[in-house]
Design a protein around this ligand. Structure first.
Ligand code: PMP
Length: 436
């Protein structure tokens, strides 16, 4: 029996069933875009620990910064003793992600905590209770995060959920476009919102609208540009805080620090985590100063938020991203993946759509290109076949019928080509195509 098999057996005995297994792999070591399992088998990592290692696994500069900070001070609690790494990280975030004239930041441990705090801040800023979110959204596993999250399987029997959460259909152009132009489609969807605030919730009691510009767990569905511009106007008209969840799309993933920079639309508040700390638990809420300062002293915080070691890791991660110009690299990685996926869709009818922004690329599997019904089976089989050949792939979408690429951006051209060859070969085996 392999050590991986033993480890899974021990996991079964010791770890709650509720902690899901998304990919049947183990990991003993990782660097760059490679993971080595406990049997010594090498894998190319196209999942990046769910979008956390844009700067690669164990970037030497980040590891060094962690070591240096760990020897100086592991913890002080920012509420008790102000320390520089926290302030320095906030200053850096303001520099790379300004939100209007004056920006302020609070640090968190996770994406879910960033979401929780963004809602707390929006409620204090507006003195209103309601929040509008979207279908297919994922915002974390805390009570508010889970309430804002769409997919039922993530929250079976976990209710009651947080009150005053209202859900609107996500403007999914691939599924809803129906021959309309993006502008026409966006107008149609914004009209739904105008009706929504008559039939579902009064606009005057809405504190915030929260959305992912490229839905992560939802399958890389991209908000159309005209829709977002109209949403900004809608929020301005009604005094609603517009919150962008950039937890998965942030930190070079789309070829920019944040996906919103592609849109020319500024949020009031944005939430971040994942690739910000290369795996160390750190996140941030960034917002316009007047919004962030609407929070009363003492209403935001926590024992570990902005831990000094995590701050050092985040500062070093951002430095690596700047030095290695990972925003540009993301565009190259994204184009390479997109071109290959588009080619595959020429001979594989089960590919309904190939889409993406920067290096956030997805391929959606359908049973039929007309009905666009999800093809979970092909997706599942493909992920398994790729794993056997040494490639870790992640599924997405409410029917687990979409593969999404979240590879480290430091992946070499050779590794990238090899991984794409594995996908292509596996897909051919599954659908029985003899030659391209
Ligand atoms: N928002 C988005 C868009 C996410 O993708 C995730 C995690 N997949 C979260 C929030 C929650 O982040 P965390 O797991 O760090 O709490």
């Amino acid at each position: 029996m392999s050590s991986s098999h033993d480890l899974f057996e021990r996991r079964k005995n010791a770890v709650s069933r509720g902690v899901g297994v998304f990919v049947e792999t183990t990991a003993a070591q990782a660097s760059g875009a490679t993971i080595i399992d406990v049997d010594g088998k090498k894998f190319i990592d196209f999942g990046g620990g769910i979008g956390v290692v844009n700067a690669g696994h164990c970037p030497p500069r980040v590891v060094e910064a962690i070591k240096i900070q760990a020897e100086k001070m592991l913890h002080a609690c920012f509420h008790v003793s102000t320390y520089e790494p926290y302030v320095k990280l906030c200053e850096k975030l303001i520099e790379i992600l300004p939100h209007g004239k004056k920006t302020k930041v609070m640090l968190t441990n996770t994406g879910a905590e960033s979401v929780e705090n963004a809602i707390k801040i929006a409620r204090q800023a507006t003195k209103r209770p309601a929040v509008i979110c979207f279908s297919e959204a994922f915002h974390g596993r805390s009570l508010m995060g889970m309430s804002l999250t769409s997919k039922v399987n993530y929250k079976l029997n976990c209710g009651p959920f947080a009150p005053e959460v209202y859900r609107l259909d996500f403007p999914n152009f691939y599924h809803g476009g129906d021959g309309l132009s993006e502008v026409e489609y966006s107008d149609k969807e914004i009209n739904k919102l105008e009706k929504f605030v008559i039939t579902n919730v009064d606009a005057g009691s809405v504190a915030a609208i929260i959305l992912e510009l490229v839905q992560g767990e939802g399958g890389f569905n991209i908000v159309p540009v005209p829709y977002l511009k109209s949403l900004r106007k809608f929020c301005d008209t009604h005094g609603i805080m517009l919150i962008f969840d950039e937890v998965q799309s942030g930190f070079c993933r789309t070829g920019k620090w944040g996906a919103y920079e592609h849109y020319g639309v500024m949020p009031d508040i944005s939430v971040w985590a994942k690739s910000m700390g290369s795996g160390m638990p750190i996140g941030a809420v960034i917002g316009k100063q007047e919004v962030m300062d609407a929070a009363e002293p003492g209403t935001l915080g926590g024992t570990y938020l902005g831990n000094p070691v995590c701050c050092a890791a985040a500062l070093a991660t951002i430095a690596v991203m700047e030095e290695e110009n990972l925003n540009s690299r993301a565009l190259v990685v994204g184009k390479t993946v997109m071109d290959r996926f588009k080619k595959m869709s020429e001979w594989a009818d089960c590919i309904g759509d190939v889409r993406g922004l920067g290096a956030m690329i997805a391929m959606e599997f359908v049973t039929d290109r007309k009905t666009k019904l999800p093809n979970t089976e092909v997706c599942e089989t493909l992920v398994k076949a790729c794993l056997e050949k040494g490639l870790i792939l992640l599924k997405a979408g409410s029917s687990k019928h979409i593969i999404r690429i979240l590879s480290p951006l430091v992946i070499s051209d050779a590794e990238l080509a090899k991984a794409l060859d594995i996908i292509e070969l596996s897909l051919k085996e599954i659908i029985g195509v003899k030659k391209i």
